[in-house]
Design a protein around this ligand. Structure first.
Ligand code: ATP
Ligand code: MG
Length: 422
């Protein structure tokens, strides 16, 4: 039999990593609540054509990175590589955008067939945040503020905002021609990847990470000269509101996004702490996507945070482990065993915030104490035959130098409230 192993680039998240995940997930949920964003849960599988039509055939994601397969009915399905496409599909399907605005978010696994390395997995997790029906740059800034608040809550420093405007479809088309001329004139300096992009998606050459291409890209014409006036105004106002909110940013005129649906505002949050995979969050406007898929005109803007990259930036000491029990219940004797399970239930009924770990299975008191210690519980309750008879418990403090005491069963709530819940 072959050795059982997870798929390359797809990782188990083991128990000791969970507190960090839950801390981040909870913090993010609370912040999104503060801004009135609502959660939406979307399928992990969609028809392949959805991603082809939204993200674009010539993007890296669609041309190289999708996990696609035919189901038994010969329909081509794809494990979602990102969430905006599904969110737009769901919104159109359920009429969520008719004459109303929507602020939505989702969180979960995404799948891309990429070369696994630090900061790059084949199954990774994203928080996606999307707003529909808002035209002006105020909502763009609101989403930047959501990000800032997340960094602050998670004590993440050294994170920088880069912004750009990709203009209207027409201005991108005009700029594309200029770029193609420029790069064609320097064709001998292009690497293989860029030669392909020159034909298929020339704006993406600007996104090359190849150091040999750097000076060529630095000297390339920039999009700002080709922006239409509406996009120009939108971008100016966007920057003005950022300035007004004292939010620092760099305008990076070479910032393009890897998905075709973006226009006008685009941005990325990058850090110097992650090495090559330095983008933690990326987003922007996609005002035409909903309309292009047959619904009425619905401007939209959103961003996605890569949760694994975010977790790399968080200091573990700040995270409390919610799974640590308060009480470990040691049990000795057969009769106590039956009563012990019920006693733990009574405690959970009366004190919903108390976590009780019952020693299931046998074992000497000594070995049970070892388990209690390992569980990190603060207090041990001991229910032996003597305690059972007297309807009481022996209490031992596991983390403090305090003498052991006995308490009656009917005093347990009172005791817990005094010692643990104040
Ligand atoms: P990159 O340039 O790093 O490939 P991208 O432009 O493909 O990023 P987006 O599609 O914008 O990334 O996704 C938003 C965020 O999701 C990224 O900024 C990153 O934090 C995270 N992300 C994307 N792909 C991966 C991956 N394969 N593994 C881990 N995180 C990822
Ligand atoms: Mg990518």
């Amino acid at each position: 039999m072959t050795k059982l192993q997870a798929i390359r680039g797809m990782h188990d998240i083991l128990m000791h990593e969970i507190p960090k995940w839950q801390f981040v997930e909870e913090s993010i949920k609370n912040i999104l609540n503060q801004y009135g964003y609502k959660e939406i849960r979307l399928p992990i599988l969609e028809k392949t054509e959805l991603f082809k039509q939204t993200i674009g055939d010539n993007t890296d994601i669609v041309s190289k990175e999708m996990y696609s397969f035919d189901d038994k009915n010969k329909t081509s399905l794809t494990l979602r590589p990102e969430g905006t496409a599904s969110c737009v599909r769901a919104g159109i399907e359920h009429g969520l955008f008719h004459n109303k605005t929507q602020r939505l978010w989702y969180m979960g696994p995404m799948f891309r067939y990429e070369k696994p390395q630090k900061g790059r997995q084949r199954q990774f997790h994203q928080l996606g945040v999307e707003a529909f029906g808002f035209k002006g740059p105020d909502i763009d800034v609101e989403q930047i503020m959501v990000c800032s608040r997340i960094w602050k809550k998670l004590s993440i420093k050294n994170i920088n905002l880069e912004i750009n405007s990709l203009g209207s479809a027409q201005s991108r088309l005009n700029y594309r021609k200029i770029l193609v001329d420029y790069f064609t004139a320097h064709k001998n300096k292009l690497d293989d990847d860029s030669l392909i992009r020159l034909k298929k998606n020339p704006l993406r050459i600007l996104d090359s990470k190849n150091p040999d291409m750097k000076s060529l890209i630095t000297n390339a014409p920039t999009i700002n000269e080709y922006l239409d006036s509406e996009s120009n105004n939108h971008f100016a106002e966007f920057k003005e509101i950022l300035d007004n909110g004292d939010i620092k940013y760099n305008v990076n005129q070479k910032l393009v996004r890897g998905l075709d649906y973006y226009g006008k505002t685009v941005y990325e949050w990058t850090t110097c702490e992650l090495g090559a995979q330095d983008t933690v969050c990326a987003g922007g406007r996609y005002d035409n996507l909903v309309e292009d898929h047959g619904s009425s005109s619905t401007p939209a803007v959103g961003f996605a945070i890569g949760i694994e990259r975010l977790l790399e930036l968080i200091n573990l000491e700040k995270v409390t482990d919610n799974s640590i029990p308060h009480i470990y219940l040691l049990i000795s004797g057969n009769k106590s065993k039956k009563r012990g399970l019920l006693l733990a239930e009574e405690i959970r009924d009366q004190e919903p915030f108390i976590k009780v770990l019952t020693n299931c299975g046998d074992g000497s008191l000594k070995s049970q104490f070892k388990k209690a210690d390992k569980s990190s519980a603060e207090i041990a309750f001991i229910l032996g035959e003597d305690e059972l008879e007297k309807k009481q418990l022996t209490v031992k403090y596991l983390r403090e130098e305090k003498p052991q005491i006995t308490i009656k069963w009917n005093e347990i709530s009172n005791f817990l409230n005094k010692t643990l819940l104040n």
